[in-house]
Every structure is written in structure tokens, then in C-alpha cells.
Design a protein around this ligand. Sequence first.
Ligand SMILES: *[C@@H]1O[C@H](CO)[C@@H](O)[C@H](O)[C@H]1NC(C)=O
Ligand SMILES: *[C@@H]1O[C@H](CO)[C@@H](O)[C@H](O)[C@H]1NC(C)=O
Length: 364
Amino acid sequence: MAAIVGGLVSHVYNLVLSPFVTGPLLAAVTYRPNESQNLLSTYAGGFPGLGALDLKLAITALRLLFGVGLLRFINQNLNVRAANAWRTGPSKGWNWSEEIAVVTGGASGIGKDLARNLAGRGTKVVVLDIQDMPKELHDNPLISHYHCDLMSKDSIGAAAAAVRKDVGHPTILVNNAGVSQAKPILDQSEPYLRAVFGVNNIAHWLCVQQFMPHMIEKNKGHIVTVASIGSFVSLSSGVAYAATKAAALAFHEGLGVELKHIYRADNVLTTVVHPFFVDTPLIAEISNGLTDSGLTLLASNVVADAISERIWSKRGGQVTVPNSRALLSGVRAWPGWLQEVLRDIIGSGTRKAGEGRTWTIPEW
Ligand SMILES: *[C@@H]1O[C@H](CO)[C@@H](O)[C@H](O)[C@H]1NC(C)=O
Ligand SMILES: *[C@@H]1O[C@H](CO)[C@@H](O)[C@H](O)[C@H]1NC(C)=O
């Protein structure tokens, strides 16, 4: 129910903020006031208040909506262009049946759905994962699997060498694998901290070091960083995770700048993905708390669809899932008090793990 209402609200929002809707309406009421008034009375007469709506008020409202909508439209276009080396169109030279995509953590969750999507267009998909492949991907001749411990440089290096030898040079790299644990800072063990920063961050560097040089040489590629809405909001009992996702965003932004100015390969696209809470094994231990506090969890295939659509669009940029939450990326510009309120609310579901305990100094 909440999802339906949310969808409806976002459709209405997109409609009233579309300059292609408000523009013609504004022109109609400005240049054909009598006909507009008649139409309004005929069609909106049944709604109390609307039939008698003052045209002047309608003009003011439409001018405002048109102005805001036009700025939003220009802003969105500039965002897409800026993220794509100011190109007007999509990047060229892609043929999905000839591409090779590496998906880290592709044996479950978002990565598994993404692997299936990409293979659906004929792309060879290489899954790097410490877990075994699920049955449903096992039989797909386009999907191969390399056991890889993303915390280990040697393991990543060996897997990458095997991929180049067996399959070829990848043109798409999706740094998707993630580790998470819902515990307060005082409970997060050192091995966990090494794992979460290792898999969620350092592996991004190491995989890019293995696979990007060939993309630079060909000036073609797409590197997708799967971050999180946690890039913008630090959660109580999920601080290490949020820290790695903020770092993942910084990685993505810096990677794009380096591709333009240092490697001179502006046809290597970069995309960052910020999903809201996704119903995957990663958050199994906190998902009840989250749904109890009124949050809706996303299905992993919704996120995978958004990522594959972005890859197929041949454009890089920022993807927020669901798109209606895109405004959350502006959280850092909110007044401090409002950010604090947001952290209080969003964290209410995740912090149950440690509430009301006592703490001792660990013995090392
Ligand atoms: C529009 O309506 C006003 C008042 O009802 C009238 O004076 C005016 O002539 C009309 N204009 C046109 C173009 O029909
Ligand atoms: C894409 O690659 C396939 C397989 O190599 C080839 O048959 C096809 O013609 C290519 N399509 C384009 C548009 O180049």
C-alpha cells in the first residue's frame, strides 16, 4: 500500500514538475483565458473550489511550477552531461554480445540478479565471489564463476589473470560485493573492520588496478560502484558500513576525474549506485527492525534492473534506487539539526542490537 501511494506521489511530482506539461498549460491560460476558464468550469466544476478557481491564481502557480520544472530539467541534463565528459549522446562502440562484465559478489543478492540481466543480452559475465554459485546461474553458459577472496590481493590477482586468459579483457566492472554487520562501534571486532573496509573499499581499488588499464588502452569501459544511501547518512549500529559507503562515493568521484585528466580515457564511464535498504542476506539481522520502523525494503532485482538499465544506456552517472529518494543525496546540504533528526529516525531500526547494554575495555 505504502509503495503504491509512494509511486503515485512520485508520478504526480514528475508530472507537475515537467516543463513539457506546465509550459503548454501556462501558454493556454495566458493566451486563451476565456476558453481555459470554460474548460476549467466544465471539467473541474464537480470538485469543490476548483470550478471557481481564479485564473490569476492558476497563472501564478503555473509560472512557479514551470520555472522550477525548467531549472530541474536543465539541472538533470547538466548532471548527465557532466558525468559523461560533457558528451551530448551516449558513448559509442558497445555491442552487448561482445562485452565481458565482471561482477564481484555475483553469487547472491543484487550481483546475482545483475549477472542474469547482463547475460540476458548476450554479455559474458564473470562472477568473482567467495561463495559458490547458486544453481540457477550455474547452468548459464554465458556466466562463469571464479572463487575469489576479495580481501586478498593475491586472490584478486590470480582470479583476474585467469579471467583474462580464459574469457578475455572485461569492459564492464561492477564493484558490488559488500560486507555488513549491525553492531555498535564498541562491539565491532578488528577482523570485521578489516573485512568491511577490505571488501567494500580496498577491493574496489584492487579490481580497478587489474581491469582498468585495458579499458584505458581501448578508451572504452564502464566501472560501476555499488554504494548505498548510507553514503549520505551514517547509521547507528552501521557506522563502519556507512563509512565504507561514503568512501565508495569518494572513490567513484575521484575515479571519474582521474579518467578525464590523468588517464585521458573519457570513454571509460563511471556510475555510482545508491540503493535504499535492499532485502538481501546482508541485512538479514536488521531487516525486522527496519520494517518495524516503517521502512520498505527493496527487492534486489529492482536495484539490479536499475544498474543494468544504466549500463545499457551507455552513460555513467549517479543512480539512486528508488529514484524518488534521489533528493536524499542532498542530505549533506541540509541544516545540521535536520540531518540529526534524520539520523535519529533512520537509525531507530538498526540500533536495537546494542541498546541498553554496558561496555567494558577490551583486553588486547
Ligand atoms: C473573454 O471574456 C471577457 C469577459 O467575460 C470578455 O470581455 C472578452 O471579450 C472575452 N474575450 C474573448 C477573446 O472572447
Ligand atoms: C555485435 O557482435 C555480434 C557478434 O560478434 C555481431 O554478429 C554483430 O554484427 C555485432 N553488431 C554490431 C551492431 O556491430
